[in-house]
Ligand binder design. Structure first.
Ligand code: ZN
Length: 379
């Protein structure tokens, strides 16, 4: 996520603050100052904000450290005014693992509330009773008074609210993941995600309507964000399942042109401009071993600058010739291509003979085709 700065590293995971967070902080301070003009209030509200964000960070570490048990790494934890997010490297696909990773966050908030509760209900009994009566009547005092007299009680309620709010079954909130995980036990993952994402959008619409009705702009923004994330999550899972159902051998290009170093660039350009192949494998002149890739970007560069004379040798990228077997899962191939930023892979058969080439755009075409077939089947 752009525009965030790292301010800590805990358990080897960078914790970052999004810049908009400082706007929130400045806004709150300004508001408090203009309402009361008191330093005491400023101190209490800063202290409370710090406590809130500690609780949010702990919540995110609940996810991150549980994910670590299942070998899933966390890229970073980002805090923004609308909440925290632990960016996991990938999501566990085993339903029970996903369930545990998702529920760990809200459980952390419940644990914090439980830790505070002996003080509230055994030590500070009288004050707490007052607080909960006021809360019940919807009659809480203004923030300066609230925080200076009921700091821990407010923190208690905040943690319970965080747990409850996050359990709303809507992506990308924890409740959405828990719901999907539970549905994927009897159903397949795509269907489970479909149901969870429609349910999530229903709750998101409620949030936006309620947010506008109650002038809670932040809630309305979160609602819009959830609505979009729900369909995005579904599309992602659908794509993954289309890819998982195929092996590379079924969509690879079998009739590809193998170039050699000394070929003129006009040869691949001619083929490229006819709209057939986009990335070319190149073998050294000495033998037939493929040692380089002439990527589409190089051809486009040549066309743009007009430097189309010369041989292939001047434009190629040396590659490690590591052809993958024809029966490799398409999703696995796609992931490895994206990771290594490769536009094309070589495919071999059981005997090690090169039989085809798999290009990124072929995968994209395959996915678009699935999308169109799905639309036609519907309409
Ligand atoms: Zn969470």
């Amino acid at each position: 996520m752009g525009g965030s700065i790292q301010f800590a590293k805990l358990f080897g995971i960078p914790v970052r603050l999004h810049w908009t967070f400082f706007l929130l902080f400045a806004g709150l301070a300004l508001l408090g100052w203009s309402q009361t003009g008191s330093f005491t209030y400023l101190m209490w509200s800063s202290l409370f904000l710090l406590a809130v964000f500690t609780c949010v960070v702990l919540h995110e570490f609940g996810h991150a450290l549980t994910a670590r048990i299942y070998g899933v790494k966390t890229v970073d934890i980002i805090l923004s005014p609308i909440g925290g997010i632990a960016r996991l490297d990938k999501l566990p696909e085993n339903p029970w693992q996903e369930f545990k990773v998702a529920i760990a966050g809200p459980l952390v908030n419940i644990a914090i509330a439980l830790l505070i509760s002996p003080f509230l209900f055994l030590v500070d009994t009288e004050n707490s009773r007052n607080f909960f009566e006021l809360l019940w009547e919807g009659n809480l005092p203004a923030l300066p008074v609230l925080l200076s007299s009921f700091f821990l009680a407010s923190l208690f309620v905040l943690n319970i609210s965080l747990a409850v709010f996050n359990l709303i079954p809507a992506f990308p909130m924890d409740g959405g993941r828990i719901f999907r995980a539970l549905l994927s036990i009897p159903l397949n993952r795509v269907r489970a995600t479909r149901i969870a994402s429609i349910t999530g959008q229903f709750f998101a619409v409620l949030m936006v309507v309620y947010g506008i009705w109650s002038y809670s702009i932040v809630l309305a923004i979160i609602g819009v964000f959830i609505f979009l994330s729900a369909s995005q999550e579904y599309r992602m899972i659908e794509t993954e399942s289309w890819l998982s159902d195929q092996v590379v051998g079924t969509i690879m290009r079998k009739d590809f042109t193998l170039l050699s170093y000394s070929d003129l660039l006009s040869k691949p350009l001619h083929i490229y401009l006819r709209g057939n192949e986009r990335n070319f494998m190149v073998s050294s002149d000495a033998d037939d071993r493929v040692v380089a890739l002439l990527p589409e970007t190089a051809l486009m560069d040549a066309l743009r600058t007009g430097e189309t004379s010369g041989t292939v040798e001047n434009f190629l990228i040396p590659i490690k010739p590591d052809p993958i077997p024809e029966d490799t899962n398409l999703r696995e191939a796609y992931d490895s291509m994206r990771e290594a930023n490769r536009e094309a892979l070589l495919i071999r058969n059981e005997t090690g003979q090169i039989t085809g080439i798999l290009e990124m755009y072929q995968i994209h075409f395959f996915l678009q085709l699935q999308q169109r077939l799905k639309k036609q089947a519907k309409g």
